[in-house]
Unconditional design. Structure first.
Ligand code: B16
Ligand code: MG
Length: 212
């Protein structure tokens, strides 16, 4: 029976936190909104518009229309995309590349399950598109993590039932999404200490112990 492993992108495969931070910081400064790295941590795994709402908790200016908010998010994304252009294959470790290759060799089907609308662009930049069988990202969902939609879609794209899929996540919102989808939740990085995880990964290569 085929099994699937679904990987979150930011914080698991690549680390774009600093780019998100710099791009949001630039926007926040323009609007005189206080923003720091602690607030930035709350944006992990959260969609672009939901991230903006978190930043706007500190906004004290005139009320903003939905259209203005869209513009703000677009502006942030333009800055963010400029930073993404700096990414190269060196931004993915050999450990990640080799582990993905080995999991595939063992017969697992691999997918990306990311909230990002830039997932395809990031994978192209780091030359990792071919490592995955399917990509489910911010472009094919209407509800972001902790809603399970992005992982449910990933499993559908792979053609594998949810109960035969595992998710690898660095964000609590992503672990909650994986549990809601009925999948095995593997926590790495920040999510490794979260009490809802099924599997704790100290390193990416630990996946090879878990998925024989
Ligand atoms: P974008 P993931 C998430 O990716 C990021 O962790 C989160 O910080 C970001 O706001 C979200 O993607 C949306 O990204 O603005 O590029 O569409 O962790 O789910 O891979
Ligand atoms: Mg993440």
């Amino acid at each position: 029976m085929e099994k699937g492993i679904i990987f979150d992108l930011d914080g698991v495969i690549v680390f774009t936190d600093r780019f998100h931070y710099k791009a949001w910081k630039k926007l926040a400064d323009e609007y005189g909104i206080y923003f720091d790295e602690v607030i930035n941590n709350r944006l992990r795994g959260v969609s672009r518009m939901d991230s903006l709402e978190i930043i706007l908790e500190r906004y004290e200016g005139a009320p903003l229309s939905a259209q203005e908010k869209e513009k703000m998010a677009e502006k942030k994304n333009e800055t963010y995309k400029e930073y993404l252009k700096e990414m190269t294959p060196a931004d993915v470790t050999d450990e990640v590349r080799d582990t993905l290759k080995e999991l595939r060799k063992r017969g697992y089907k691999l997918a990306i399950g990311s909230s990002s609308k830039n997932a395809t662009f990031i994978l192209e930049q780091v030359k990792l598109t071919d490592a995955f069988d399917k990509i489910s990202d911010g472009n094919n969902i209407t509800k972001s993590k902790p809603d399970p939609e992005v992982f449910v879609k990933a499993a559908e794209f792979l053609g594998i039932p949810a109960e035969d899929c595992a998710v690898v996540e660095d964000a609590e919102a992503g672990i909650d999404a994986a549990k809601a989808a009925g999948m095995i939740a593997c926590g790495i990085g920040d999510a490794a200490g979260y009490d809802r995880i099924d599997v704790r990964l100290s390193t990416f290569a630990d996946l090879l112990e878990q998925f024989k």
